[in-house]
Design a protein around this ligand. Structure first.
Ligand SMILES: [Fe+2]
Ligand SMILES: [Fe+2]
Length: 354
């Protein structure tokens, strides 16, 4: 039994505060805040071991402090391998029985999670790893260990539910977009929007919710289009590039999706950012606006060519359709997107008979 000496009391207080920060960490959506909390909690846990003169345990936990600091700044996989290496070496020197393998596997899954750019995947892997570590603590019969891991797991489940199930604005917007296009019998529009999301992810795997929502909703105006906008296209020499048409298409789209997002309780910030992206998706500007514009072009060439060749030529004439194809291709900003679009574009021009 420990006497109630000052180091012992401090060690227990440190552990208690650490549990609080552990719990808090997964309640933040930004990965930087998550890792700040984990840096604080792991530092406290490490100090708690030093206060109890458990130097080896203190050092092991201190390595995880270094890992969390690294993760705060980067997800570079080079560092992931360094930390996996460190854990493997320590397993090699300390291995006693099969249970050591269980905590090793749990830790490795947890560490792989730490280095994920995709916040969802990061959380899933960290929860998976934590569950295995909790099982390890149960096997070696460490009730406090089980309580600590389970409380972190509960925080993970709550955080995941809060951010990705309850407030899954992307899924809600997607459903709204699909039902709006179904009402006007435009299945092609649905396909175009879903594939725009695909191309956004292809061009930027770490695309956030704002960008994905803007991608799935960017042409929402088409589902609510009135004759005024069709006439802009028909009557202007510029056809699909008519400024009135493009301005109307973008600003109306931004308004419609903004109203819907407000209705489902999205934050002011989120609404504004999505509205800016939708209101500039045809012309681009910022890095994210250009990315959406490029993905839009790619999805257009992939899915809309037949529709334009079969229907739009009769409506607007061949020249205006060719003009649209050229414009959709030439506006692409990134080299990668241009390379991806080139074969689609060549095929489209061939189908037009040019
Ligand atoms: Fe558009
Ligand atoms: Fe589009």
């Amino acid at each position: 039994m420990y006497d109630l000496t000052l180091p012992f009391i401090f060690s227990q207080i440190a552990m208690f505060i650490a549990m609080g920060f552990d719990f808090l960490s997964l309640q933040f959506k930004k990965r930087e805040y998550t890792f700040l909390c984990l840096i604080v909690s792991a530092s406290l846990i490490s100090s708690h071991y030093f206060l109890l003169n458990k130097t080896a345990a203190g050092v092991i936990v201190f390595i995880s402090v270094l890992r969390f600091i690294t993760c705060y700044f980067t997800t570079n996989k080079k560092y992931l391998f360094i930390f996996i290496g460190l854990n493997t070496v320590s397993l090699f020197f300390t291995y006693k029985d099969i249970t050591d393998l269980i905590i090793y596997i749990g830790l490795i899954i947890f560490i792989i999670g730490n280095f994920q750019k995709d916040n969802r995947l990061m959380r899933k892997l960290m929860m998976g790893g934590t569950a295995i570590i909790a099982i390890y603590n149960a096997i070696i019969f460490s009730p406090m260990g089980v309580i600590t891991e389970v409380s972190f797991l509960v925080s993970g489940v709550i955080g995941y539910y809060r951010y990705y199930i309850k407030n899954n604005f992307y899924n809600k917007v997607k459903r709204f977009v699909i039902s709006s296009f179904k009402k006007v019998n435009d299945s092609n529009g649905i396909k175009h929007l879903l594939r725009t999301v695909h191309w956004v992810k292809k061009l930027k795997p770490s695309a956030d919710e704002v960008l994905l929502i803007a991608a799935v909703a960017h042409d929402i105006e088409r589902a609510f289009r009135d004759h005024k906008n069709y006439n802009f296209i028909k009557n202007s020499d510029k056809g699909f590039k008519s400024e009135e048409h493009l301005t109307h298409h973008q600003t109306e789209g931004a308004r419609i999706i903004g109203d819907y997002l407000k209705q489902i309780g999205a934050s002011e910030d989120m609404i504004n950012n999505i509205k800016i992206l939708v209101s500039r998706h045809e012309i681009g500007g910022s890095e994210e606006e250009n990315l959406l514009k490029d993905a839009d072009s790619l999805s257009f060439f992939e899915n809309n060519i037949n529709h334009f060749v079969n229907n739009k030529i009769a409506e607007t004439g061949k020249e205006k359709v060719k003009d649209k194809f050229d414009w959709m291709f030439n506006r692409i900003s990134s080299l990668k997107a241009k390379e991806l679009a080139q074969p689609f574009y060549d095929k489209a021009i061939k189908e037009l008979g040019f």
